[in-house]
Design a protein. Sequence first.
Length: 290
Amino acid sequence: MPTFHNVLIKPTPDSPRVGSRASLSAADVASYKANGYVFPLRAMSNSETAGYRARLEHFEQQYSDVAAKVLRQKSHLVLTFVDELIRLEPVLDAVESILGPDILCWSTSFFIKNPGDGKYISWHQDAKYWGLEADDIVTAWLAITPSHVGNGCMRLVPRSHLSVLPHEDRPSRDNMLTRGQEVAAVVDENAAVDIELAPGQFSLHHEQIVHGSKPNAGSERRIGLSIRYIRPTARQVVDAKDSAALVRGVDCYDHFSAEPRPARDMEPAMVHYLETILATKAGGVFRKPS
């Protein structure tokens, strides 16, 4: 394994703590707990969001088909701009309102729909598949482009986070979920809420909420980044090993291997590190073709 020089050093439990920067109102937190989501919230300005989109699309052009595989899981380990996005202060402030001052980023996934590509996401609950034992896992869905009904924005069913439903695997070429996992029950689509977001806005949702999305029927790309945040008290109970990035506060539990930060995009040592983490799922697919 390579030697990393930029790993966050974790303070001891007795180290001074930064005061709370939680930003959600008490009503927002109560709504999140009751309904399983809250939106819209502002993460960054239009110009800042456009800058991140430019960096993303430059990476896509540079790495072609490999880029889609990199962006699917934990791209914050190999792309500096994604590492920045998981640490946006307004997002962490909102997450702190729910999880408290100690926050780990467990994973990141881009969900990109191009006009007319037919890609969709079936109704599902994330908690069914993640293997995490935690009292709450918060996903921040960050809009890099407009996300609305016309281009296949995320949809969710309020209050469906109160129980975990049975699921079935229904693989489909156009389903953006790996196995085509889908709730094995009739979902009342009339009750669903469309999570429409402007560039730079984000939503928060509970890991057990039923959610999905339709294809992009518009004329522009729909780009969103899902960032999954957990408390350090969480545990992985399915996989033998797991890792996470400390993004705020302290981790006094060491339930997850501490993830280092990339010094530059697609740094070979970090690419190897990501390949090692995802070996059983992806293998050696992240290196730029020669």
